[in-house]
Design a protein around this ligand. Sequence first.
Ligand code: CAA
Ligand code: NAD
Length: 291
Amino acid sequence: MSTASAQTIGVVGAGTMGHGIAHVASRSGFDVVLVDINPDLVARGVQAIEKEMRRAIEKQRLSAEEMAAALGRIRRGSSPADMAGADLVVEAIVEKEDVKKELFAQLDRVCPPGAILASNTSSISITRLAAATKRPDQVIGMHFMNPVPVMALVEVIRGHHTSDATTASVSEAARRMGKTTVEVNDYPGFVSNRVLMPMINEAAFALMEGVASAEAIDTVMKLGMNHPMGPLALADLIGLDTCLNILEVLHDGLGDPRYRPCPLLRKMVDAGDLGRKTGRGFHAYPPAGQR
Ligand code: CAA
Ligand code: NAD
């Protein structure tokens, strides 16, 4: 679809971001195919979409008919082969370059020649993902922010060979989803995470060094700087594994010790405390019944 408008969007990865992208795409009138390596997670992703849509109904931002129509546009798939009918595929799997490259090579084999392959990566080189395909001009970064239904931005990242037509198509699809786009070039962490992650990392160092408690650090940034949530709570929302992976990309790609991931962050990931998605990170997130 390098020049025409997308009708069918494939989303690979049904986790925090993938389910959010499927949510907004379906509400914006796109047909959506949602796949994950783990089929249970597709079901869980659709449940999360239903819950978010019910919340939108309660707030009178969506009608029951619109919800039914949007859910009816989401098809559950089980493998990259289900992307054969997609005009635009948005990859939202784990933030690991080797895993993403393998997926891009697979998508390149199964998707129609005109299809655009976009990555929701937070930090990884779009140019290197594109090099895993035979269509580098049709590979691009389409970086949604978390939570996808709430955040207004899509950072559009041009790889070395990304064409103007691909950039225009993806920007148009993002606008159709109600998002504002900002175009940036392909450097580690782009703009968003090059600026955000050092703050989160520094907050983790402050906690590790005993400067203050997690609550105190977050309160300073919320009340003192008017951030909607503190950096440690934000890290929990993003996922500590994802934060660590992004910091590794910044550290490796920019070669500056200031991006060295905080050892406490690394230890928490090793311990499986990944933030909201596992119920514990810098803060605790007990299940609804136990709060
Ligand atoms: N899905 C859908 N809607 C959601 C939602 C979700 N997961 N979470 C919250 N909302 C909605 C709520 O329904 C509510 O809507 P109304 O205004 O219509 O009532 C609104 O968002 C506010 O929610 P809450 O009242 O529950 O909570 P809050 O006021 O504390 O806001 C927040 C929650 C929107 C997450 C806010 O704290 C915030 O904006 N935090 C910062 C988020 C941020 O910085 N995101 C970027 C992360 S970095 C990134 O994404 C890039 C990367 O590569 C890592
Ligand atoms: P997540 O861990 O919540 O979900 C990732 C999903 O991908 C999981 O359901 C997993 O089963 C699936 N998966 C892993 N390998 C797969 C494969 N080979 N094929 C199909 N599915 C596979 O992660 P997330 O937070 O949704 O992050 C996804 C991507 O979005 C990452 O690149 C991340 O950097 C980026 N991102 C994350 C955020 C955030 O705040 N969490 C924000 C913007 C961008």
